[in-house]
Design a protein around this ligand. Structure first.
Ligand code: ACO
Length: 347
C-alpha cells in the first residue's frame, strides 16, 4: 500500500504524461478603462503595478463548470480521447458553481462521462499544481488510467465593483484550462516524457491575508444582510504581504523542482508561472536567473484566473506553436492559504 507515502520519492519509471491541453475564456473583454467607468481606478494605476490590460468576464448564468467543460473538450480532442475514456475528474477552483456539490460533479454530467470519480481541489492559485500531484499519485498507482484535470474560475460574479474593493477587483478575470493526463513508461532519466517533480505546501498562518469570509459555516445563519452590507462576501487581501511571500516561495519551490530532478535553467524551454502580477513573475524569474524569453506571461490579456492560469499558459503555448513535444517546462504558483507549489514536466 502507498497510503501516506510520498510518491514523489518513488523511482519514476511510470510517469504521468499530458496527453492533451485545452483552455477557454468567455468572450466578453473588460479593459482597465472599462473598470475606470465604475470605480476609482485607471489604466495608469493598474498596468504599471500589475501588467494587466484586460480580463474576460462571463455572462449571467455561466459558472466555473461551464468554462471548465469548454477547456476539457479542447483537451480531450487534442488527446484523441472521448468522455468515455476518462475515469477521474479533478476540478481545481476557488469559485465553484455552488457551495456543494463540487464542480467536478457538474463536469462529469455535462460531458456525459461514465459514473467515475469526481472531486474538487480547493487550494486557490496553487489549485492546478495540487491537482497535478493528486492525479500523478492516483495514476501512477494504477488506481485510474486517464484523468481530466481542470482549473477554472469565475471571479467576476464575486468581486466588489465599488471603490472599497478596487485593489482586489482589478486583478481578477474568468477562464479555464484543462489537461488530459495518462501514463507512459520512462527510463528514469530527465529525458523521459512526463512529470518529473511535484511539490505543494501550505501555511495557514496567512489564511486571513487573502480570503473571503462569507458565507461561513461558523455563523448562524451563514449569510446575513448585515454581512452583505459589510461586504464580507468579497475577497480581501494584504497585497504587500502576498507580494513578499510569493516572491520568496515561488523561487524556493522552483529551485527545489530543478535540483530534485537534476535539471538546470539551461535544460528548460519554458517557465510557466502562476499569473498573479507581472511584477511578481519578473522578480521570481530574476531570482531564478531565467531569461525573459523563457518565461510565459499572459496576465496582460487575462488578469489573474487563479487555478486556471497555469493550464491556460500551457495550452496557449501549444496553440501558438511556441512549445513542442519534448520541451522541459517548469511551473510555480503561490496563492491564498497561503499555498504554493512547483512542478517540472517534459511535454
Ligand atoms: N486603483 C487605483 N488606486 C488603487 C487601487 C486601484 N485599483 N487599488 C489600491 N489603490 C490605492 C490604494 O488605496 C493606495 O492609496 P493611498 O496611498 O491613498 O492609501 C494606493 O493605491 C497604493 O496602494 P498599495 O496597496 O500600497 O499599492 P501597491 O503598490 O502595494 O500595489 C498591488 C497593490 C498591485 C495589489 C500589490 O500589492 C500586489 O501586486 N500585491 C500582490 C498581490 C497579488 O498579486 N494578489 C493576487 C491574488 S493572490 C495570488 O494570485 C498570488
Amino acid at each position: 500500500m502507498t497510503r501516506g507515502r510520498d510518491l514523489s520519492s518513488l523511482p519514476r519509471m511510470i510517469r504521468t504524461v499530458i496527453e492533451g491541453l485545452g483552455h477557454y475564456v468567455p468572450p466578453r473583454v473588460v479593459t482597465n478603462d472599462d473598470l475606470a467607468k465604475v470605480m476609482a481606478t485607471s489604466d495608469e494605476w493598474i498596468f504599471p503595478r500589475t501588467g494587466i490590460k484586460q480580463r474576460h468576464y462571463v455572462e449571467d448564468g455561466v459558472g466555473a463548470s461551464d468554462l471548465g467543460v469548454e477547456a476539457a473538450k479542447m483537451a480531450m480532442e487534442r488527446a484523441g480521447c472521448t468522455a468515455a475514456d476518462i475515469d477521474l475528474i479533478v476540478f481545481a477552483t476557488l469559485s465553484p458553481d455552488v457551495c456543494f456539490p463540487g464542480s467536478a460533479c457538474f463536469v462529469q454530467h455535462k460531458l456525459g462521462c461514465k459514473q467515475i470519480a469526481a472531486l474538487d481541489v480547493r487550494t486557490q492559485c496553487t489549485g492546478f499544481l495540487y491537482g497535478l500531484q493528486v492525479c500523478d499519485s492516483l495514476l501512477r498507482t494504477g488506481a485510474y488510467k486517464k484523468a481530466l484535470l481542470i482549473g477554472a474560475e469565475v471571479h467576476s460574479t464575486g468581486i466588489d465593483f465599488s471603490d472599497r474593493g478596487r485593489d482586489v477587483t482589478v486583478l481578477f478575470g474568468d477562464g479555464a484550462g484543462a489537461a488530459v493526463l495518462g501514463t507512459a513508461m520512462g527510463q528514469g532519466t530527465l529525458a523521459d516524457r512526463g512529470l518529473h517533480f511535484t511539490k505543494v505546501a501550505a501555511d495557514g498562518a496567512g489564511a486571513k491575508d487573502l480570503w473571503c469570509v462569507a458565507p461561513t459555516s461558523a455563523r448562524i445563519p451563514r449569510l446575513t444582510h448585515q454581512m452583505l452590507d459589510e461586504g464580507l462576501q468579497y475577497p480581501t487581501m494584504n497585497g504587500k504581504l502576498v507580494f513578499r511571500w510569493a516572491t520568496e516561495k515561488m523561487p524556493e519551490v522552483a529551485t527545489l523542482a530543478l535540483s530534485s530532478a537534476g535539471a538546470t535553467i539551461d535544460d528548460l524551454q519554458w517557465f510557466v508561472p502562476h499569473q498573479a502580477n507581472l511584477r511578481i513573475n519578473e522578480l521570481v524569474a530574476r531570482k531564478l536567473g531565467i531569461p525573459e524569453a523563457k518565461c510565459w506571461n499572459n496576465i496582460e490579456r487575462y488578469g489573474n484566473t487563479t487555478a486556471a492560469t497555469i493550464p491556460i499558459g500551457l495550452s496557449e503555448l501549444q496553440t501558438l506553436g511556441k512549445s513542442r513535444p519534448g520541451d522541459l517546462v517548469l511551473m510555480a504558483a503561490f496563492g491564498s492559504g497561503f499555498t504554493w507549489g512547483g512542478a517540472l514536466l517534459r511535454l
